[in-house]
Design a protein around this ligand. Structure first.
Ligand code: AMP
Ligand code: MN
Ligand code: MN
Ligand code: MN
Length: 307
């Protein structure tokens, strides 16, 4: 698979991204579309980003690049720089961890096989989740999740959450995760995901930058988060999201110190999935004063940041 990245890089009018987080605005490197569990099509997402004044974006659908081509075309039209990307599911010490792959232009090498493996893992995992939920009272769970997905894309836990709500077993999706699908619950099936080291290797093989997604959202203590960051660096990870949506300012400052201490680049994104909630493209907490280097200064991403 070849991806023609940075389709808008001939546009001299796109502003250059700043060298520090302090001045950053109009960038969002973590968003979803209908290619995974987002509600807007890739084209609709780019249109919304354009309306909200974004100049640089990454589409980071779960375990797939299926939406990137449509998004890239829309972004080129809108004069937005788009970096092809995906958010890969993996496991580390029994936790389900997400790693964003930011991908420069060219072939994606072993990542292509990795993405096929991820799609297969989702199929088998969905069957396991379905059979567990059936035992808990959701009959025909797989078919119900498919109806909720509304397309043939690989299923995720949000589809089962929607099915549980639709069947009246829980009042909303948050309760579905709390009771059935969240960390440690029966529908939290991780065994099919590759290890952290494997996904980071795929990303390196594709010439991309591996970004540990939303480090504050795994329910880890500071110490254990440090161990995760150490493990990530050990296997070749180079960046982590300093900002993911809205975060507590004290925790963000603390996270910044953890990234500084390990020489990790920092990324930022809303993790936008659907309109109407608190999140929107480009909406996130302001970055703290920090020495963390923005990920767009990584040598692999020079075409994106127009430097
Ligand atoms: P999966 O990729 O199938 O493991 O599903 C994970 C996705 O479920 C995440 O990317 C979120 O979009 C969504 N999710 C995770 N936790 C929650 C939650 N507590 N409430 C609502 N959605 C959630
Ligand atoms: Mn999601
Ligand atoms: Mn995630
Ligand atoms: Mn995400």
């Amino acid at each position: 698979m070849i991806i023609d990245s940075f389709p808008a890089d001939s546009r001299a009018d796109t502003p250059r991204l700043p060298d520090t987080f302090c001045e950053v605005q109009d960038v969002d490197l973590h968003m979803h579309s209908t290619a995974s569990d987002g509600v807007l099509s890739p084209g609709e997402l780019v249109a919304l980003c354009h309306r909200r004044g974004l100049t640089h974006m990454a589409l980071t659908d779960h375990d797939t690049l299926a939406g990137v081509e449509e998004a890239a075309q829309a972004a080129a039209q809108a004069g937005i720089r788009l970096i092809p990307a995906t958010e890969l599911s993996c496991q580390w010490r029994g936790a389900n961890i997400h790693v964003v792959a930011l991908l420069p232009r060219g072939g994606i090498g072993k990542l292509a096989e990795g993405l096929i493996r991820q799609a297969q893992a989702r199929v088998i995992r969905a069957e396991v989740i379905a059979s567990r939920l059936e035992k808990l009272g959701l009959d025909n769970a797989l078919a119900r999740a498919r109806v909720q997905a509304g397309s043939e894309r690989p299923l995720g836990r949000p589809d089962f959450a929607a099915a549980l709500v639709e069947a009246g077993l829980v009042k909303d999706r948050a309760s579905a995760f709390k009771k059935f699908l969240g960390s440690g619950k029966p529908g939290d099936v991780k065994a099919h995901w590759p290890f952290l080291s494997e996904v980071v290797e795929w990303i390196g093989g594709a010439g991309g930058v591996a970004v540990l997604a939303h480090p504050l959202r795994y329910g880890l203590t500071r110490r254990k988060r440090g161990l995760l960051l150490d493990a990530f660096v050990d296997v070749g990870g180079e960046a982590a999201e300093l900002i993911s949506g809205f975060q507590n300012a004290d925790l963000t400052r603390d996270l910044a110190r953890q990234l500084e201490g390990r020489g990790l680049y920092g990324s930022l994104g809303s993790d936008f999935h659907f309109p109407g909630g608190p999140l929107a493209p480009g909406a996130m907490s302001p970055p703290p004063r920090t020495d963390v280097t923005p990920v767009w200064l990584h040598p692999a991403l020079t075409g994106f940041s127009a430097r």
